[in-house]
Design a protein around this ligand. Structure first.
Ligand SMILES: NC(=O)C1=CN([C@@H]2O[C@H](COP(=O)(O)OP(=O)(O)OC[C@H]3O[C@@H](n4cnc5c(N)ncnc54)[C@H](OP(=O)(O)O)[C@@H]3O)[C@@H](O)[C@H]2O)C=CC1
Length: 254
């Protein structure tokens, strides 16, 4: 796969370009759509393997694999009228647009897949969920970390809903740092400590011999600080609110 197209050069499109190019000996040729002109120009100036096309059709014409990374409301406008032949694989990273809908827009016969890349693609450390499994698509995301093909679109949507919890996690950490600063800690020091604390907790997730429930139990002393905060704040009502909003998000994705 030597020619990669990207339609939608925003946050995730840029991360993919950097992941494919930064410090890579033989990066693929990358063809960018012209919208988001400033970002596209910056990428093509920084990476010799990247060029900006005159339009979305040119991106398709020049590419073996095309990533569609526009926002959901822009999808129809970005894809309408595009002619894609069956030698080009189209990968949508757009949340909430089903394969059937993409097929309706692009027409039958186009090899299609969906994927959920996240910003760590930039460091080639992302586990990217894909569906349906396609050798070229899975090999592509393996270059950016690891591909995780799932069995059906329902499973894909569940994974997609899970990714919607990430900013809640960061906001939780920001609230902890703000609280600490409110009690007199230097704000930078408070943030550094929270980052270190949860960075280490994140690394312990790599140990798959312990379940998530086990990890929680292992970090808790009976009647200790952790148990007190968990049972007071993350109580059954809070947990139920979280699972309910996940259900609502999933219903919108299905
Ligand atoms: N951000 C993330 O971490 C992730 C995002 N996604 C999905 O990727 C998609 C893009 O998200 P994100 O990168 O955050 O969004 P951004 O808003 O950062 O980028 C979207 C880009 O699409 C461009 N665009 C809009 N219309 C067209 C068009 N007709 N043709 C070509 N380009 C167009 C915009 O250009 P302009 O600025 O000119 O409007 C903009 O550069 C979404 O569907 C999202 O669900 C998936 C996984 C992770």
């Amino acid at each position: 796969m030597q020619h990669i197209g990207i339609i939608g050069v925003g946050e995730i499109g840029r991360a993919i370009v950097d992941g494919l190019s930064d410090g890579v000996d033989h990066p693929p040729r990358i063809h960018l759509s012209p919208r988001g002109a400033r970002a596209a120009a910056e990428l093509s100036a920084r990476h010799p393997n990247v060029r900006v096309c005159a339009g979305n059709q040119e991106v398709v014409n020049r590419s073996d694999l095309v990533i569609i990374a526009v926002r959901r409301p822009d999808a129809a406008d970005a894809l309408a009228g595009l002619r894609v032949d069956e030698r080009t694989v189209v990968v949508s990273v757009m949340a909430g647009i089903a394969l059937a809908e993409l097929r309706r827009i692009l027409g039958p016969g186009v090899p299609l897949a969906r994927a959920i890349p996240l910003p760590p693609v930039r460091e080639r450390r992302c586990v990217t969920v894909t569906y349906p499994s396609h050798p070229a698509v899975d090999a592509f995301f393996a270059r950016l970390g690891q591909a995780l093909p799932v069995a059906d679109e329902a499973a894909f949507n569940v994974m997609s809903a899970l990714t919607g919890t990430l900013t809640t996690h960061y906001s939780f950490l920001a609230t902890l740092a703000t609280w600490a600063a409110g009690h007199g800690l230097d704000p930078d020091e408070a943030e550094r400590y929270v980052r270190g604390l949860f960075g280490a907790a994140g690394r312990s997730l790599a140990d798959e011999s312990r379940s998530l429930q086990r990890l929680a139990a292992d970090h808790e002393t009976p009647n200790g600080l952790n148990e007190r905060i968990r049972t007071t704040w993350f109580d059954p009502t809070n947990a139920e609110t979280l699972t309910k909003v996940l259900d609502t998000v999933l219903a919108d994705l299905d």
